[in-house]
Design a protein around this ligand. Sequence first.
Ligand code: ADP
Ligand code: ZN
Length: 604
Amino acid sequence: MSQIQTGLLVLFLTFLGVVGYNVYLNETTPEEISYTDFMEQLQKGEIKTVHLRGGSVKGEDSINRSFSSYIPDVASIMPLLKEKSVLITAEKDSESMGGFLKSMLPVLLILGGYLIFSRMQQAGKSGFGKSKSSSFLPSSDTGLTFEDVAGISEARTELVEIVESLKHPEKFSKLGGYIPKGVLLQGPPGTGKTLLAKAIAGEASVPFYSIGGSDFVEMFVGVGASRVRELFTEAKKNSPCIIFIDEIDAIGGKRSGGNATGSDEREQTLNALLVEMDGFDSNETVIIIAATNRPDILDPALLRPGRFDRQVTITLPDVKGRRKILEVHAKKIVMASGVNLSEIARSIPGFSGAEIANLVNEAALMAARHNKTAVDLQDFEEAKDKISLGLERKSAVIDEKVRRVTAYHEAGHAITATLLEETDPVHKITIIPRGRALGLTQQLPLDDRYTYSREYLVNRIKILMAGRAAEEIVFGHQTTGASNDILSATEIASRLVCEFGMSQVIGPVAYMQEQGGFLGGGSAAKAYSEKTAENIDNEIKRLIEQCYRETKELLSENNKFLHKLAEALLVNETVDAEEMDIVHHCYINEKNIEKKLLNKQREE
Ligand code: ADP
Ligand code: ZN
């Protein structure tokens, strides 16, 4: 049975319940008589039976008419009842609550029925008694601009083009250009995805339709899909405009073949969305912006060309970003002069934009509590403590020790990549957590490579092992943070040995690896004996161990560089190629000066 049918059935039963209960009551409801009448009939001996419960009395008179009444003082009439030999039954008063509930039952049923019905109406006006006005009202101008969204410069440049296409759709279509249709904003909660979508609408001054993905899922079957169609029809009428779908993963998760009960509805809604997105005319400029913090679970169908083919990743802000976000929100409150926002920004690693907005708000509340006229640093400190205590459970605040280890780990990768020849240059290093990674060192190849030299591959292994090597050198212990690196290093090493024939010990022979290191081409490779397998394993191990040893040596020799870069990371959280260059040059200069001093000392 579909959910609509269930809903209707509930409604029908509710109706029946109300009617039936009333009939029942009418049949048995005794005539209500006054205490005076009751006493009079009792005196006359016209009462045959009474049933007492607390002060209320029900009974029958001599001609079997039932009545009910209330007796203020039951004890006082007991002698009279006995005198007139009335049959008395009685029950405990505590049941009166049940009686109350019983009498409330119709009311409760009506209320319940009403709630269900109104939810259905809310959920899908199209499904239940069409309402005249549309249920989708755009906010005509969000009034927000990119100025309101701070610290996301990378994402911003990508979105300017979308604003342009909304503002001047004719410019794009005239050139036969392709107007972006779907934009997927992905990033952790509270990083300003909604804010950014609104800012795009504001910048382009177009209507903004907003709906949450989970809104669809709570609906009854079929309603979500028709809601989607209704939304798009409405939006197309007001083109150009923006449709914002928050938490798209609620409907856009991978389709599973419909085993769970809720997935039926979800799938229909998702299909309706895909159909709508594919069915645009070129003259309809409707841009769909979706937000998610779980891009990994999205149905790949959503990401196909012509759908959400633009993906913008928004990360947690680094210290500069946090400073900018603080500035945006500090403008809304009265700040005491001389509050150093950079200092505050440095003290809140791991805070999202939403958490920063909350911090500013809490600080203002603290100041108000202390009857201050402006918000000062102390208010921020108190607010931070208050929030951090609440946040600890969410682990949004990164442990200082973990930060340090991560900084050295990433610095290890980056320095090794910089010091070795034949590698890709370092693009960016960060200790801002992303997904499950605590930090990241990004290298960008200078050009598209088609072949790799042995040296390049060996250096890649070294760079991968450098994270752990740096941890060992500085802290003397190992962490699990390097497990992914080791996995990648092992993969490269085994391909180097088995696939590329680059090991002197094994020789230029291709061996098939069981774990499928060969993509499809495995059939041409040689099957091998257990002895060879052992040799291969040993060779891979030897290669990695040698790389690790050499990397550790390299880092030890350059440990001042390591410390310098790690410090820069701890302060700034991200270090780009240019800043990396500066740190590198500082290090080289210092080393040269040291050398000269040393030489001088020797000469003297
Ligand atoms: P998301 O949609 O990513 O969960 P929101 O856009 O709902 O996050 O952000 C919630 C609030 O946090 C915003 O209304 C804003 O006050 C604040 N905020 C988040 N990111 C930023 C930012 N980059 N700049 C300014 N304020 C931000
Ligand atoms: Zn690493």
